[in-house]
Design a protein around this ligand. Structure first.
Ligand SMILES: Cc1cc2nc3c(=O)[nH]c(=O)nc-3n(C[C@H](O)[C@H](O)[C@H](O)COP(=O)(O)OP(=O)(O)OC[C@H]3O[C@@H](n4cnc5c(N)ncnc54)[C@H](O)[C@@H]3O)c2cc1C
Length: 511
């Protein structure tokens, strides 16, 4: 029997035949995440463990037969992270229990395959929140995916990235023993997971944003917050398409509204124009569109405090006639008025989904990255210039305007996300050109100092190709990887980490 067949049999004995498959239709169903830029890639088998011990047993078998593994949560990755060419794809979505909600000590414990939708549906009716409410891909993404992709999403302006609200994790290491470790205060076997620091070095960080290369996260210990009951959202349209002004507003709102600022986002001018063209239920009068739309979401523990925040925001945004109050109803009668806004699980779909899926037959190569807010205008301009300079290298069907280059989400401290990407007709003939320009664009961003977040395969490889890491850092990285994964069998393509001895310098690219 081949090693794959042997491994299959042994894993089947552990998790049962209902939860392992090598049937073609299953392999096809798991052959991609939400990333049409990649070809379909089929694992040798898909396994769906029920608990940490089963994950550990699977790992032991995989290592025994030297078969590589890739962990997968909701599969909403856009950058090739949660698929596997050959090997074992470990689907964690059966591990979806909310194990504890500790309202006294403000933490909760979940299995990493739980979705944001299931979690929020449990927390919100109790007046509680996870702070960050999950990625723009929607609520079928998992907590494990959020921790592994350093996800930014709803509430990130106030609470940061998903790892920022993480107190520790339980992880299965990809070593011959399938070692199970816990981090944060849970590393002390006598303690509850109520805090992250103070028991050992911060090993939690080793597994945050690792895109599943350092271990398989099975449980997460996370911060719990009271959900401020008073919320409001307001929109403003800039009178000019001016990103220096966007920076100014962002900076001021951060300084003067502080903790009341739950979310601060900016929708680029071109996006508003395109959305307006797509609308079904149009108003009879055509809206005057002049610049980006700033969306400000506020929350407060008291209605009077919320009123003060609203006043302050109006004062900042309307001063000097740089912007005006805006309603999405000006272009789409199906949208709710800002005075009627309330948070619903559906709300987050209104923009992200339309935005990223504007043209379904296109490949969607995301280039979302973080920059320091003072570098915002410069970075947006550099993105635009890149598209102009290399337009000929883009695959056919790429829009001639930088649609994706300017959607923003402000994060705590001085950084913001520039959501973006490129596209092109999604055909097999275009794939190579698409991949090449995608990697090139990421390298360009890395070289102007960008920090990405979901790194998956394409982005993590492009960071290495750009020569971002010094030889000393790369050696450290490889040594750390070897410590947890001596055979380099967990997600081997990411960061071009194929084996300990592999020479990463052969991937460096001079642009
Ligand atoms: C329309 C759209 C909008 C998006 N918007 C955002 C956004 O606003 N912010 C954002 O951050 N992302 C966004 N994404 C990307 C993605 O959806 C998120 O990063 C999401 O958090 C991924 O979660 P998932 O459960 O689907 O992970 P998956 O796709 O299953 O996995 C993501 C990565 O994590 C690894 N992984 C998953 N679970 C585990 C685990 N338990 N242990 C170890 N490794 C694991 C996988 O190997 C993979 O590399 C968007 C995607 C789409 C399609």
């Amino acid at each position: 029997m081949s090693k794959v067949k042997n491994a299959y049999k042994e894993i089947e004995n552990i998790i049962g035949d209902d939860y392992i498959s090598d049937a073609d239709f299953m392999k096809a169903a798991y052959s991609r995440n939400v990333d049409p830029a990649f070809p379909d890639r089929c694992a040798d088998m898909i396994v769906r463990p029920e608990n940490t011990e089963e994950v550990s047993e699977i790992v032991k078998i995989a290592i025994k037969y030297k078969i590589h593994m890739v962990p997968r949560g909701g599969g909403a990755d856009l950058v090739g992270g949660s698929v596997s060419e050959g090997g074992i794809l470990i689907d964690l979505t059966r591990m979806n229990k909310i194990l504890e909600i500790n309202e006294d000590d403000y933490y909760y414990i979940v299995e990493c395959g739980v979705t944001w939708g299931a979690l929020l549906s449990e927390l919100h009716p109790r007046g509680l929140t996870s702070g960050v409410t999950g990625p723009g891909s929607g609520f079928a993404a998992t907590i494990g995916g959020g921790l592994s992709n350093s996800t930014a999403g709803g509430g990130s302006t106030k609470y940061g990235l998903v790892p920022d609200v993480c107190l520790g994790v339980e992880v299965v290491l990809p070593n011959p023993q399938g070692t199970i470790v816990r981090t944060g205060s849970a590393a002390n076997q006598y303690a509850t997971p109520f805090c992250r620091y103070g028991v050992a070095p911060d090993f939690t960080g080793l597994f945050m944003g690792d895109v599943g290369i350092m271990g398989i996260k099975t449980k997460a210990f996370l911060r719990l917050f009271p959900d401020p009951p008073f919320k409001a959202r307001r929109y403003y349209m800039l009178l000019k398409d001016d990103y220096n002004k966007v920076f100014e507003f962002g900076h001021k709102l951060r300084k003067e509204v502080g903790d009341g600022l739950n979310d601060l986002m900016v929708f680029p001018f071109i996006l508003t124009q395109l959305l307006s063209a797509q609308v079904v239920n149009k108003p009879s009068k055509r809206a005057k569109l002049t610049g980006p739309v700033v969306s400000v979401t506020l929350d407060a523990t008291d209605e009077r405090i919320l009123d003060v925040y609203l006043e302050k925001v109006d004062e900042i945004m309307l001063k000097d006639d740089a912007s005006r109050p805006f309603e999405w109803q000006e272009i789409d009668l199906d949208m709710v008025l800002s005075k009627d806004w309330s948070f619903t699980l559906k709300e987050e779909f209104n923009f992200f989904q339309k935005y990223i899926s504007m043209a379904p037959p296109k490949s969607s190569c995301t280039t979302c990255h973080k920059v320091a807010i003072s570098r915002l205008n410069e970075s947006v301009q550099k993105g635009v210039q890149f598209n102009i300079n290399y337009q000929k290298e883009f695959p056919p069907g790429n829009p001639p305007y930088p649609v994706f280059a300017s959607f923003l989400m402000f994060l705590p401290n001085g950084n913001c996300v520039i959501v973006g990407g490129l596209g092109g007709d999604n055909t097999d003939e275009n794939r190579e050109a698409t991949m090449n320009i995608w990697h090139k664009k990421i390298r360009h961003q890395v070289k102007y100092g960008a920090a990405h977040y979901w790194l998956g395969e394409s982005i993590s490889q492009s960071i290495v190709e750009a020569g971002a890491y010094t030889p000393e850092f790369m050696q450290f990285f490889k040594d750390m990887k070897k410590t947890v994964d001596p055979n380099y069998l967990l997600s081997p393509n990411k960061f071009h980490l194929y084996s300990y001895d592999h020479d990463y310098t052969e991937h460096l690219v001079e642009d």
